[in-house]
Design a protein around this ligand. Structure first.
Ligand code: HXC
Length: 286
């Protein structure tokens, strides 16, 4: 076999391995929790065949706490460009099957790369978070990685749309960053947004609190206002993100997309006559 063919075979094998993220068992566990994997989520969101992945083989550089032996191709995030309804978008999805989707220095470099490209191209960034936040084993390097992401969230604000989907238990930076973006969508019953999880809360403060009350969709949609939308299934969540995108321009210099309207211009709706009461002191249903 020629050297080239050997290399191509190696490339194909590496791609297959990267597509497995944290491995088959971890994927089964993810599915058993009623959650899709990072790659399945991207496939559901973008136009078929449009996803162009970057840095598929990137590895972390941490040698603390035996992490040098815990290496997964792509390092826990799938990132790249794609189209949605034919419009260019940049997407990244954190992979909970790899170290709980936690953010390493190298993962932050992958994320920052697509954020920078989105700014250059004037295209939206859609992030799908499923992550325990900064990778504890990396200490300050992971925190610095989040610093880079937060800075880009701020610089992109008002320039390109930033949409965050929360698809699992998210802690620390995996929550602070979405909170800096324009729109946040949470999954009901399978996603959480908190500074840290219930077990850590219990060990640090002694307080018993479950995930839902600490940071479930019900809390953030009705009390804190952190999330704008909630969805019952991941399929519904993807449809909501696509619909949201269809209303907004790709950047601050473009117009919103225009679609042909098939609602007749002379359509009458008598129910509109009764919405506002005659008496201005009377309350009405907003
Ligand atoms: C490294 C992590 C991790 C993290 C989870 N894991 N979070 N590894 N760093 N931050 C790993 C777990 O060790 C485990 O690995 C796997 O991911 C799945 O986690 P579980 O705990 O088994 O899952 P679950 O019970 O669903 O709980 C998920 C969780 C919980 C709620 C996210 O893991 C948790 O509370 N993690 C700590 C979160 C935290 O304190 N993050 C804050 C980071 S500081 P194995 O190998 O056992 O499968 C931060 C600040 C940023 O982000 C500020 C920047 C300036």
């Amino acid at each position: 076999m020629s050297k080239q063919i050997e290399k191509i075979k190696e490339l194909i094998a590496k791609r297959e391995q990267a597509r497995l993220g944290g491995g088959e068992k971890a994927i089964e566990k993810q599915h058993a929790r009623g959650k899709y994997t990072a790659r399945e989520r991207i496939d559901m969101l973008v136009d078929e065949g449009s996803f162009e992945e970057y840095d598929m083989f990137k590895l972390h550089r941490c040698h603390n706490f035996g992490m040098e032996k815990k290496q997964y191709l792509g390092d826990g995030v799938v990132a790249g460009s794609a189209t949605i309804d034919g419009r260019l978008v940049y997407v990244y999805a954190q992979d909970f099957t790899v170290n709980g989707g936690s953010l390493s220095e190298t993962m932050s470099q992958k994320i920052c790369k697509i954020m920078d490209m989105a700014m250059t191209m004037g295209a939206p960034v859609i992030c799908m978070n499923d992550s325990g936040g900064a990778r504890i084993q990396e200490g300050i390097n992971a925190l610095a990685g989040y610093g880079e992401i937060f800075e880009r969230n701020i610089l992109a604000s008002g320039v390109i749309p930033q949409i965050s989907g929360i698809f699992g238990p998210c802690a620390g930076g995996a929550v602070y960053s979405p909170a800096l973006t324009d729109f946040t969508l949470m999954m009901e019953n399978t996603s959480y947004m908190f500074l840290t999880g219930p077990k850590v809360v219990k060990s640090v403060t002694g307080e018993d609190v479950d995930s839902e009350n600490l940071g479930g969709a019900s809390v953030h949609a009705t009390k804190s206002g952190v999330t704008h939308f909630t969805a019952k299934t991941e399929e519904e969540a993807m449809d909501m993100i696509k619909k949201l995108l269809s209303y907004i321009p790709s950047n601050n210099t473009e117009e919103a997309p225009r679609v042909a309207c098939d609602d007749p211009i002379n359509r009458m709706d008598d129910s509109l006559n009764d919405i506002l009461p005659d008496d201005p002191n009377k309350a009405y249903d907003m």
